[in-house]
Design a protein. Structure first.
Length: 111
């Protein structure tokens, strides 16, 4: 599983397939959660786990299930399409904030 999905649905599908298969996580899997919409990805995985036993069984080995469940509960009133739009809003908001803030020197934080 080396392909790097770009769309929200593609990232959710990639993460769900990898988790359900029990495969070893890779960089492409990590990137599924690194677009400022990781909570929305997690919430969608929780929704999908309700109908996918393999995903449900393995989910806690790959992500923080409590955090994903909290996000799923927070957005339970949204349809799948509305959650997808919320994810897009989170990405835009996150990118806007990131583009206006000073980069942090992580190495200095370690000192």
């Amino acid at each position: 599983m080396s392909f790097k999905p770009r769309s929200f649905n593609g990232r959710v599908r990639y993460a769900a397939d990898l988790i359900a298969s029990g495969a070893r996580p890779c960089r492409a899997f990590d990137s599924c959660f690194e677009n400022y919409d990781g909570d929305a990805v997690g919430a969608t995985l929780i929704r999908q786990a309700a109908t996918n036993p393999d995903l449900a069984q393995n989910l806690g080995r790959y992500i923080n299930r409590a955090r994903a469940q909290e996000a799923a509960d927070r957005w339970q009133h949204l349809s799948d399409e509305e959650l997808k739009r919320e994810a897009a809003r989170l990405r835009c908001e996150g990118r806007a904030v990131a583009s206006t803030t000073q980069p942090r020197n992580v190495q200095l934080d370690l000192l």
